[in-house]
Structures are given as C-alpha cells and as structure tokens.
Design a protein around this ligand. Structure first.
Ligand SMILES: [Zn+2]
Ligand SMILES: [Zn+2]
Length: 337
C-alpha cells in the first residue's frame, strides 16, 4: 500500500498520483479547494474542483476564466486514478473536508472546520482515514468556545440596550461566513439590519444557494436616512475607524471573533465589545475530531501546529507539524475567522 498520498510543497499540499493540489498557495494547473476563503481559494488556477454548495461563493471569489467542476457532498470523482470526495466541514457554506483514496489508503484534508451548530451551513461529519491533515488555528487549551446560543443572547442584549439609548450598532466580522452566521443569530424584532458592501455580496451568494437569512439592506443603497439609531450594521473589520463609519453618528462597536477569547485583543482593535464566536474548532473539538477520524497519522497545518503535534506525540500518536504560527494571531490572515 502507498503510504503517502500528499506531500507539502512550496505551492501547497500536492498529490502527485492525481496531479493536483489541495488549497494551493499559488496558481496551479489543477486545484481542489476546501472552501471560499481567500487563504484557501486563490485565483489564477486553470481548473478548480470543489463541493457543489460552495459554487456561488467561489464564483464570487474567482471571477476569472477557469474550468470549474462541482461535486455534491459524499459523491466521488476519479482524478488521475485517485478517488476524491467532499464531506461537510461545518465552517462556512460549502466548506468541505477533502477525502482522497488510492488502493485502500485514505487521507483527509480538513480545510477549516468547526463542530458547533451553524444554521447557515451543513454540519461537520467525521471521516475515518489513515492520515488526517487538520487545521489548528485555535489549537491551544485556552480556546474553548462558549455556546453560540449564549453569545447570540449577549449580542442581542447589546443591540437592544444600544437601541434604547438611541445608538447604532456596528458589528464587525469576516464578510464571508461569519457575517451570515451572525445574521442567523440576530433578533430581527429589535431593529433594521444593514450591511457593508462585501457582507451584502456574500449574503446574496448565500441566498442564491438556498440559505434563508433575515432581510438586510446594503448601506450604500440607502438614499437618505436621518438617523441610524436602533439599527445594526454588519461590517468588515477593515472599515472600523474609517470615514465610512461616520454616517452612523452615535454608535457602539463590537467585534465577533475567536480571538476575542484572548484578553487585550479587543482593546488593541479599540472596540467597545468583543464576542467570542468562531468558525474554527476550539481545543476540545479539535481533539474530538482527531479521535473520531481514527487516523494513525496526524499532520497539522494553519495555527499552533508545533504545540498540537507535541501534545499528540505525548499521547503516543504519530503527529507532524507542517509550518507554524510565530505570532499570537492578531494580524494573521485567520484573525477574522
Ligand atoms: Zn476559512
Ligand atoms: Zn483558513
């Protein structure tokens, strides 16, 4: 039996047998993409293969001429003799774990994933394999997500209190995935919901894909509004502190991210509030997912790879860190997710 279906190259995870990359860092001939976030779906490849529910989000990201093939979750496709299939990762709409099988050997690339409930995408499913290549963005014991229903309650309470004081709420989160999950948790009886352009575009892709979301209005389409009091605006974090926010007058700001777990991160971004809500696995879920995969070999990517690999080796597992985080994450590409 072959004992390696994938290898890490400077262009990303490569499957020589099948002649494709998974989430390549650079343009390649044939890319398999786990999901539509920019650090996984890079433009410029000639052929893309991805899970069917990700198609509208991916086309938003990759507008150029390329050949797209989409397969539904659980269905397989032969790519150069390698059996490829996609399985729900629970991270954002269409996010997938990629399962590769060749002559009895099975390897799974997790992409980004979470085990918590999310009304806007299909729930994560365990996939049994010989080797799991897992992300570990929040792979430290300090990261333990509170119940998202509790966080939803806090967000709505914050909004309700601001509305009563005649303020506008600016809620910052990543445009694709995070904003739609937040939207699904909001109590629409409190007031109207507006969106930043990037958020609105992603919301449209979700709606076209059949995900029902509360009504939103794009801020740029509002002709004239005398007061934004009581409204909630979903915006991208890069808009924070810019002139774009001036129109809202008296407002309160909050950031929704797993990084809000770390004391001081919120203050560094000068937000009034921070809500701990992430679309990645926390520490207990990461360990649960690794156990559920029954993998005898675990490779770690994206995040605290060295710490997680060391921990797993202490448990007697075969674990390898591919790359490592050198920073506490606050300016990392994954900061917002
Ligand atoms: Zn992601
Ligand atoms: Zn990612």
């Amino acid at each position: 039996m072959v004992d390696n279906l994938l290898q890490l190259t400077p262009r990303g995870l490569y499957c020589e047998l099948g002649g494709f990359y998974v989430d390549p860092y650079e343009p390649v001939e044939r890319a398999i993409v786990t999901h539509a976030h920019s650090d996984h779906a890079r433009p410029g490849c000639r052929k893309y293969l991805a899970a069917l529910p990700s198609q509208h989000l991916l086309r938003l990201r990759l507008t150029e001429e390329a050949e797209f093939t989409f397969v539904d979750y659980g269905q397989s496709l032969d790519v150069g003799g390698v059996k490829v299939s996609f399985h729900p990762a629970g991270h954002i709409l269409g996010s997938a774990q990629v399962r590769l099988e060749y002559r009895g050997r099975v390897e799974v690339v997790s992409g980004d994933y979470k085990l918590e409930s999310d009304l806007t995408c299909k729930a994560w499913e365990p996939v049994v394999c010989h080797r799991l290549i897992s992300e570990c963005t929040f792979g430290l014991p300090v990261f333990r997500w509170p119940d998202s229903a509790v966080i939803a309650g806090e967000i709505n309470q914050w909004w309700r209190a601001a509305a009563e004081e005649g303020k506008c709420c600016l809620l910052y989160g990543y445009a694709v995935g995070k904003s739609q999950r937040l939207l699904s948790l909001l109590d629409v009886s409190i007031g109207p919901i507006y969106t930043h352009g990037a958020v609105e575009k992603a919301c449209q892709a979700y709606r076209v894909s059949g995900v029902s979301l509360p009504d939103t209005e794009y801020v740029g389409a509002v002709e004239r509004r005398d007061t934004w009091a009581g409204a909630l605006v979903l915006a991208v974090p890069s808009a924070h502190g810019t002139s774009w926010t001036r129109r809202f007058g008296n407002c309160t700001t909050a950031m929704a991210s797993g990084w809000m777990m770390i004391r001081g991160t919120r203050r560094r971004r000068s937000m009034d509030r921070g809500f701990v809500i992430s679309d990645h696995v926390d520490w207990p879920s990461l360990l649960r997912a690794i156990t559920a995969s029954r993998a005898e070999s675990i490779w770690l990517m994206h995040g605290y790879t060295v710490a997680v690999a060391r921990y797993l080796r202490e448990l007697g597992k075969d674990a390898l860190a591919l790359g490592q985080r050198t920073f506490d994450g606050s300016e990392d590409a994954e900061y917002l997710t």
